[in-house]
Each structure stands twice: as C-alpha cells, then as structure tokens.
Design a protein around this ligand. Structure first.
Ligand code: 8YV
Length: 323
C-alpha cells in the first residue's frame, strides 16, 4: 500500500523530520517560508495530511476547497485557533494538537515574563547593551517583589497548572484561578489555590495576572478596557496564551496612563507584526512567541504529531483529536 502523502508546512526539528520522512511520503519545507493562501489550498488537494503551525492562517478562505484530499490537519502546537474548525468539520477533516509536552516549558516562559516585568529585566538589559549604565545606586531600576505575592491565573488547564506549581511551590505565591468550568478542590489544593467565581472577581485581587486560556473568537478581547480597569494600578498582566485574548489598544492605554504597572507579552494580536507604538513602552516586556521554544519541547511536539498520524493512518482514534 502506498504511504500517506504528507506536507510539513515549516521546518521542524531534524530528528522529527527524519522520522516523518521514513514513515510517510513526506514533503518538507526546507526553505521554511510560510505558505501562502494559494499554496495552502493547493496542498489540501495534493496531500493526505497537512501538518500546520500557528503561522498557517487556516481560516474559511484557505479551507474553501471543493474536493480536498487532506483528511487530517495534524497541528504542531496545542493552540489551534488559527484553524477554522467549522470548515474542517464540513470537509470531515480530523484535527489534532500536541498538548502536555509543552506545558512545563510554556509555564517556564510565563514565569520568565512575570519576573522580567516585575524586576525590570528588559529595561536593565537594554541599558547595559546601550552603554548607558552609570553604576549602582539605591534607586536604580527598582522593581516589584515577586515572592509571596498574589497571582491570578485565567484558564486552569495543563499550562495554567504548571504556572501555578511554579508560582506557589517555587515563589510562595498565593494563587487564585478562574476557569471556564469549575476546578475540583482536590486539584486546587495541590497548588494552594482558591477559585474566583468570575474573571471580574479575580482581577482586583491580584498583583500578577497570567493568561492561560485558549484563543479564538470565544475569548477574543477577554481582557478589554473594562477588565483592565478592574486590575490594580500596581498589577502586571502576562500573556503567553494568544494575542487576541487581550485588546492590545486598551492595554496600551492602560500602560500609557499607568492604570496598571506593566505587562509582558509572548503573543500579539497581529503577530509577527507588532504595533510600533508598543516599542516605546518601558513597562512592557515583549518576546517573539517563545513559549514552547526549547529543543526538548519542540522535538516532543513533533513526535506527538507523529503519534497522531500513526494512529490516524492505522485506523485508530488519534490520541489528541480535538474534533
Ligand atoms: C507553538 C503555541 O510553538 O503550542 C502552541 O499553541 O503557541 C506554541 O507553543 C506554536 O503554536 C506552534 O504552532
């Protein structure tokens, strides 16, 4: 029987690409150029499986193909708000993701951002690099203490829990969570956490708020001007979830008028485009979507996609099916 024909839309870790090439009739994107809309539409008619990433915008237009050959979109990453699930379902396409294997690394990065914002690490680094450091003084780049403070977590899935573990057991933080569905008190107890009834109730209680919910239309601008106003003036917002979860223009207003103390973002509304105005805010830390960017996580994500493909093409239910 012919091997399934699969397309990998970006460069993946070498070890995973090698294994994919052994097991499937695989086409790699050796130039690592993002696919255009027409490339993607063509791919859907030529491949049994397409393996996208967050840089593939698989909205209704990209998926508007009369008779696709593709039967599975095996996404590299846990978030899949870049895929129009209604259209995928209409074509009977299976969609899978890669949970678990990136939770620790993404939480590590959320904690990195939290620390950077609180301790003004970005400002300090820029100062040293620019040769502007004039020496130690008691009032120099004074930030905010992290240990023992209150952390609010919005979205208490795998990554949110890893964040809570780090914050509570590593930094002695008090953790308050809000999740779409209520969290079992036995799980909360593992992180010394308590539950807020609503996001609105959570926000005013926190020194730091870290977002770990999914993106997509349901959570678009979940943190808007009104909710930013519920945060304390000395509080920080951390976003490693998806850019659309925060209304960026409202966040910039809040930073400009010091209605919050600062923010740290790994994801952006129009990424990779970043609103140029954001570069002027010293109370804003920005990283280029590095959440899962470790060798270990990126390889594990690739092998998890491979597991999903094997399951699918051998007639089993893929372990990470999301539809
Ligand atoms: C990925 C992420 O690197 O997994 C996710 O949802 O945001 C990142 O960790 C990226 O999405 C890969 O497609």
């Amino acid at each position: 029987m012919a091997k399934p024909r699969i397309l990998v839309t970006r460069r993946w870790p070498e070890a995973v690409e090698a294994r994919l090439s052994e097991e499937f009739d695989t086409v790699l994107n050796t130039a690592d150029r993002p696919l255009s809309l027409s490339d993607f539409r063509a791919a859907l008619t030529e491949y049994d499986a397409v393996l996208p990433t967050v840089t593939d915008r698989l909205g209704p237009e990209a998926l508007e193909v009369a008779r696709p050959r593709t039967r599975i979109l095996a996404n590299y990453g846990v978030g899949y708000s870049h895929i129009d699930m209604d259209h995928a379902a209409r074509h009977g396409m299976r969609v899978t993701n890669t949970p678990d294997v990136l939770s620790e690394c993404t939480a590590d990065l959320a904690m990195t951002l939290l620390l950077m914002a609180a301790r003004r690490a970005g400002e300090g680094e820029r100062e040293v690099r620019a040769g502007r450091w004039t020496g130690w003084r008691p009032t120099h780049l004074v930030g905010t203490k992290v240990s023992g403070k209150v952390l609010g977590i919005v979205g208490f899935g795998r990554i949110g829990r890893e964040m809570a573990r780090r914050a509570h057991h590593g930094f002695g933080m008090e953790v308050i969570v809000h999740n779409r569905s209520a969290v079992d008190p036995r799980i909360l107890a593992q992180y010394g956490a308590r539950q807020a009834d609503s996001i609105d109730a959570l926000l005013p209680q926190c020194d730091f708020v870290s977002l770990h919910c999914p993106g997509g239309t349901a959570n678009r601008h979940l943190i808007d001007a009104r909710r930013l106003n519920l945060m304390r003036a000395d509080a920080y917002l951390i976003n490693t979830a998806r850019g659309e979860v925060v209304e960026e223009s409202a966040l910039l207003q809040a930073l400009a008028f010091d209605t919050i103390a600062g923010a740290a973002l790994d994801v952006f509304e129009g990424e990779p485009a970043v609103n140029p105005a954001m570069r002027d805010y010293d109370n804003l830390v920005m990283l280029p979507h590095l959440g899962s960017a470790t060798r270990e996580a990126r390889e594990a994500m690739g092998f998890r996609v491979l597991d999903n493909l094997r399951d699918f093409f051998e007639g089993r239910d893929p372990r990470d099916r999301v539809n």
